[in-house]
Design a protein around this ligand. Sequence first.
Ligand code: FE
Length: 134
Amino acid sequence: MTEEKMQKTDEEWKKELTPEQFEVLRKKGTEPPFSGKYVHEKGKGMYACAACGQELFSSETKYDSASGWPSFWQAADPDAVELRPDTSNGMVRTEVVCKKCGGHLGHLFEDGPKPTGKRFCINSAALKLKDGEK
Ligand code: FE
């Protein structure tokens, strides 16, 4: 895992990402619930960052949270993501960021299932399922 951070301008990211991906990953947007392509995804594989390809979450830790967003109870590697306090929109939350490219992924909540009790609530637009078997 590289510690080196990707530094790209908005213009550069715009060329590589779809408008939806750009809005979520670079502008901290949130896709509408149940709108993302991975909400009900059951395929096996590794969910990587849609912007930089860093491996973020294993399908083995994906579960149905009924929230409307892909949910995971653990990151593939604690070093793959960065957790930041987020008080935007009048809420106190924990933002989940891709450590490699700084892209916004979603938020972390403490109402997840065992064994961690964590719920990584992640936008589909921020993810790309690799080696998915359907
Ligand atoms: Fe990334």
